[in-house]
Structures are given as C-alpha cells and as structure tokens.
Design a protein around this ligand. Structure first.
Ligand SMILES: NC(=O)c1ccc[n+]([C@@H]2O[C@H](COP(=O)([O-])OP(=O)(O)OC[C@H]3O[C@@H](n4cnc5c(N)ncnc54)[C@H](OP(=O)(O)O)[C@@H]3O)[C@@H](O)[C@H]2O)c1
Length: 236
C-alpha cells in the first residue's frame, strides 16, 4: 500500500511543486493539499482543502476530514506583506510584524502536530516535516537582521525538537524534521533575490525534488534534526 501525504500550503511556490511531484510518485496513494486565499483548479490525484493555519478550528476540521496519513509536510510561511518586510535594524521592530511571523511560521506546526498526532501514531512510518529556514539557526547567525522571521523560525525549530522528544516515546515509528529548502524562486523570496549568487536560486521543482529525497530517507532514529536540502545536518 502506498503512502498518504498532506502538503499544508500546497498553493505556495514550494508547496505547489511538492504537490506536483507527489501526485506523480508511484509510492504515493493519496495526496491531500491545502490552499488559503487562492482556490486551485482541480488537479488529478489531489484532494484540496481550504485551511487558514492561524485558525485552530480550521486545522481541526482538516484533521477530522482526513482519515489516513503517513507524511505531513508543512510548507506555509510568511516573510513580508501588508507593508511589512524583514527588519534591517532593531529600530524597525514592530509588535504586529513580530506576532504575525510567530502566528504563521511557528505556532501552526504545533497545532498541526496536536491534531494529526492520532493519524501519525497509526502510520507504520509517519513523517512530520516542516519547512523552516537556515536563517532560524541561532548557531549560524553571524550577519543579523530579519528579527521577526529569524525568531519565528528559531521558535519553530525549538517546537519541533521538543515534539521529537515527546514523540520518541509516544510515536516510536514517526520522524519529526525541520527542513531548510535553499533559496528558491517564489513570491516569498522575490524581493530579496538580487544578491543571491548565480546558480544558488533554485526553481521550486528543484527544491521539491531535494526535499522529498531528504524526507524519504527519514527514519525514527533521525527524529528531531534540522536538515538542509542537500541532506546535511544543520546546527540549531
Ligand atoms: N523561498 C525561499 O527562498 C525560502 C527559503 C528558506 C525558507 N523558506 C520557507 O519555505 C516555506 C515555503 O515558502 P515559499 O517560498 O514557497 O513561499 P510562498 O510561495 O510565499 O508560499 C507560502 C504559502 O503560505 C501560505 N500561507 C500564508 N499564510 C497562511 C495561512 N494563515 N494559512 C494557510 N496558508 C498560509 C500562502 O498562502 P496565501 O498566499 O494564500 O496566504 C502561500 O501559499 C516557508 O516556510 C518559507 O519560510 C523559503
């Protein structure tokens, strides 16, 4: 029997490329994907759900609608919009921007874990994978800036690490992973692409292929780690 997979944020740049790759994967029996503002056209092999990850009731009804799940991949994220962008200096910090980053980038993965725990417990090889960002690594932060985004991804990483500790005992067949996708050509990175060195801006399809390779290698003994797209382990 093939895997049942859910991509949260399936209409985003990376999320949509994950959905496309998974629906053509012979090891996958069912693809569920969520959208937020932009309703997708019907896509063969994909069941779409409208979900706002900042609304726990929306996550709960998604979990109630899906019976079987092996892999949950959260590809939702927020960096800029509504007049806000990453802060270059502490003078630019605003409460609204900080809380928005936390609300979209950090908390939803914990709510997804809460509501999909029973599904992943039933799976013989469950995976809970979230797209984080290398910028959330405290150990690697040498250039500063981007306070809200960095803090929200560091909070996400800590949440995933803590979840992995809990699930090691309670869901011994599952693996929890934080993933760094590499700089990818999507609306999220668009305003910041000018300084990306040649060859280091991936298409969403390339990133999806890398990430799915990493996810396919995950086993319970790897749970609670932070992975780069190329399979390297990153410092927290
Ligand atoms: N692109 C990069 O270079 C890069 C690098 C490092 C890490 N990442 C991470 O990779 C992940 C995917 O990013 P991306 O580049 O694919 O960005 P993207 O194209 O902007 O996609 C982000 C998706 O998140 C969805 N979303 C935002 N708020 C939501 C909410 N409240 N409920 C449900 N969905 C919501 C957006 O839907 P709506 O637009 O409809 O709200 C959008 O589809 C993010 O976690 C990002 O931080 C990206």
């Amino acid at each position: 029997m093939g895997r049942h997979v859910l991509v949260v944020g399936g209409q985003g740049g990376i999320g949509r490329a994950l959905v496309e790759a998974l629906r053509h994967d012979e090891a996958v029996d069912a693809v569920h994907a969520t959208w937020h503002h932009q309703a997708p056209a019907p896509l063969d092999g994909v069941t779409w759900w409208q979900v706002d990850v900042t609304d726990e009731a929306s996550i709960q009804s998604l979990a109630e609608g899906i019976e079987t799940l092996d892999w949950l991949i959260n590809a939702v994220g927020w960096l800029h919009g509504h007049g806000a962008g990453p802060e270059k200096h502490s003078r630019e910090i605003s409460r609204d921007q900080f809380l928005r980053a936390m609300e979209v980038n950090a908390l939803p993965s914990l709510l997804l874990a809460k509501h999909f725990r029973p599904h992943l417990k039933r799976s013989s090889a469950g995976v809970f994978a979230v797209i984080s960002a290398r910028l959330g690594s405290i150990g690697e932060n040498r250039i500063g800036g981007w306070y809200s985004y960095r803090a929200s991804k560091a909070a996400l990483n800590m949440a995933l690490r803590t979840l992995a500790v809990e699930w090691r005992r309670e869901l011994p067949s599952a693996a929890v992973a934080a993933l760094h996708p590499g700089t990818t050509d999507t609306p999220l990175s668009k305003p910041f692409q000018a300084r990306v060195p040649a060859g280091q801006l991936f298409s969403p399809e390339t990133t999806a292929a890398y990430l799915l390779d990493v996810i396919a290698q995950l086993a319970p003994e790897h749970s609670g780690r932070f992975w780069s797209f190329d399979g390297d382990s990153l410092p927290w």
